[in-house]
Design a protein around this ligand. Structure first.
Ligand code: CO8
Length: 256
């Protein structure tokens, strides 16, 4: 059985599920390769409008596979070029919702932070424990965590390697929503269906502008927003959305 499962549970929704329970979904090279392949394909598939990423009800992912790295040297790590696998997820144009139960540790926390929305269980556990095994975050943790929660919370997590619960993660801004553990996946799928029913070009523009805007000046980001906003007035979906509002009916979006 594959270590990364792909399902299509609802119209426009893809569910990507890590499936390596014997190793707490640790991200070995095979898992990362499969994740990248799925995200590349889903990103290019017009039938897919939103992606839910999960590790299932027990564990999201307990990090990069330590057994796979323990005896490696710097050049071995360099030649793996794993940034290409991570990049496939980072550049995916479709919205990604991470449904996090259990451990999101190390590379697992970094994987969750590649998502656009994180829904966590109350007892989820977010952690950057790399320092405890002699290394540091290597898949964006120092940067994405700092952008999400600010310097002081990020430094505390990365330098102490101490976990935070789903509830704490929510209060820090490390997740979008916290729910009872057994409601996480259903809530993520419901939200994904709602996003999948939105006008796809607007969805794509929103994701692109929010992500690109984080790393440029406010003026440039606002200009980017304005251009994307104006562009949407040339979509059929904008005409449909506004006409449907005026006619008091439900819009039907075509992605054009
Ligand atoms: N790597 C490899 N195997 C793992 C990992 C992991 N990260 N996590 C768990 N496993 C394995 C265990 O070895 C164990 O295997 P076995 O049954 O053969 O002994 C099995 O999963 C079950 O685990 P436990 O018995 O330990 O389960 P517990 O419930 O007692 O504990 C924990 C769960 C707390 C999550 C514990 O397993 C743990 O501490 N895991 C390691 C967490 C960690 O340190 N993660 C960070 C790894 S480093 C990293 O992520 C760097 C990211 C950089 C990304 C870019 C890379 C190029």
């Amino acid at each position: 059985m594959s270590e990364v499962m792909l399902e299509h549970p609802a119209d426009g929704v893809a569910l990507v599920r890590l499936n390596r329970p014997e190793a707490k979904n640790a991200l070995n090279l095979a898992v990362r390769q499969q994740l990248a392949e799925h995200f590349r394909a889903l990103g290019a598939d017009p039938a897919v409008r939103c992606i839910v990423l999960t590790g299932g009800g027990e564990c999201f992912a307990a990090g990069a596979d330590i057994k796979d790295m323990a005896d490696k040297g710097a050049i071995d790590m360099l030649l793996r070029n794993v940034q290409l696998y991570w990049q496939a997820i980072a550049v995916c144009p479709k919205p990604i919702i991470a449904a996090v139960n259990g451990y999101a540790w190390g590379g697992g926390c970094e994987l969750a932070m590649h998502a656009d929305i994180i829904i966590a269980g109350e007892n989820a556990s977010f952690c950057q424990p790399e320092i405890k095994v002699g290394i540091m975050p290597g898949a964006g943790g120092t940067q994405r965590l700092t952008r999400a929660v600010g310097k002081f919370q990020a430094m505390k997590m990365i330098l102490t390697g101490k976990p935070v619960s789903g509830r704490e993660a929510f209060s820090m801004g490390l997740c979008s929503e916290v729910l009872p553990d057994d409601e996480v996946q259903a809530a993520a799928l419901k939200m994904a269906s709602a996003i999948a029913a939105m006008p796809p070009i607007a969805v794509a523009q929103i994701k692109e502008v929010v992500l690109a805007g984080q790393d440029i000046s406010l003026d440039a980001a606002i200009m980017l927003e304005r251009k994307a906003f104006q562009l949407l007035f040339d979509t059929e979906d904008q005409k449909e959305g506004m006409q449907a509002f005026i006619e008091k009916r439900k819009p039907v979006y075509k992605g054009r």
